[in-house]
Design a binder for this molecule. Structure first.
Ligand SMILES: Nc1ncnc2c1ncn2[C@@H]1O[C@H](COP(=O)(O)OP(=O)(O)OP(=O)(O)O)[C@@H](O)[C@H]1O
Length: 258
């Protein structure tokens, strides 16, 4: 069966002054998959994510998401696509002056016409879905641990019940136990909600535990795509050292023994 392509990127170029981050980059994301995006620091993973979700305008190229040419679309058509997506940024990007519940409600306030009681109930459902205790809804982000903050960021990304979830380094800064718990949560949510996930990460354990496919960014483009095992055969120095290094062996060994 051929998987439906929910994001198709063609000929993407991103430049900042004289710095060319992406040049003629192409990538497909399939419905229902968790795609891990890796690459050396500065290879343009976050810029790619930001281009897809409309936070920055690429210099050239085409991005089709959920059937809409998002770069060429009207603002209304772009908004109709963006309401079907959710984004979790690296630091959670929570509003510090709002409680967790108010943070989760924020996209609903902006994008949905639902009454306050329904909005609160939906927010509390998202908070429960990410494994936070009910009392966390009343807390401010500053009162949360790092792991809880990540979960609150995830609850907000799930606010609008998205089809596609974008995660930028979701386990960065977490201790290994919290990171592993986050991986487990992601696996359970992607199954129960039928999510497609675009996951930027450096975390080999997360790649191994959650991703169906991996895309490697290097030399301004997608150098290779494939499973974690397939990455070990890619003929490139960075890919070799990343996927055949001791940390990769440890991640694969843990997966093999579980
Ligand atoms: N707003 C900006 N203005 C100028 N240059 C930028 C801007 N955003 C990103 N860049 C540059 O684009 C390049 C890619 O950055 P990006 O943050 O996407 O890398 P990354 O692969 O996500 O790195 P890391 O793994 O360290 O997070 C870097 O050289 C960065 O300095």
């Amino acid at each position: 069966m051929v998987a439906e392509t929910v994001i198709a990127i063609r000929g993407l170029t991103n430049r900042f002054g004289k710095t060319v981050v992406h040049e003629n980059l192409s990538l497909d994301v399939h419905r229902g998959e968790v795609l891990g995006v890796v690459g050396a620091s500065g290879s343009g993973k976050s810029v790619l994510l930001r281009s897809i979700v409309g936070l920055m305008a690429p210099s050239a190229g085409q991005i089709t998401m959920l059937g809409t040419d998002v770069l060429g679309a009207s603002a209304a058509d772009r908004a109709a696509v963006s309401v079907r997506t959710g984004v979790m940024f690296q630091d959670g990007a929570l509003f510090s002056a709002l409680t967790v519940r108010e943070n989760v409600e924020a996209p609903m306030r902006e994008r949905l016409s639902v009454d306050a009681v329904t909005r609160r109930a939906l927010a509390d459902l998202r908070i429960a879905m990410v494994g936070l205790p009910a009392r966390a809804g009343d807390l401010f982000p500053s009162a949360l641990s790092g792991g809880m903050r990540k979960r609150a960021g995830l609850a907000r990304a799930l606010s609008l019940d998205p089809e596609i979830l974008f995660l930028d380094e979701p386990t960065a800064g977490l201790d290994p136990i919290s990171a592993s718990a986050f991986d487990t949560l992601l696996n359970s949510l992607r199954t129960s909600l039928g999510l497609t996930v675009f996951l930027v990460t450096h975390d080999l354990d997360t790649l191994q535990a959650t991703c169906d496919r991996i895309a490697v960014l290097a030399d301004r483009r997608v150098l290779a795509t494939g499973t974690m095992a397939e990455m070990r055969d890619v003929d490139d120095a960075w890919v070799r050292s990343y996927f055949n290094g001791p940390r990769a062996h440890a991640a694969l060994a843990v997966a093999g023994s579980s």
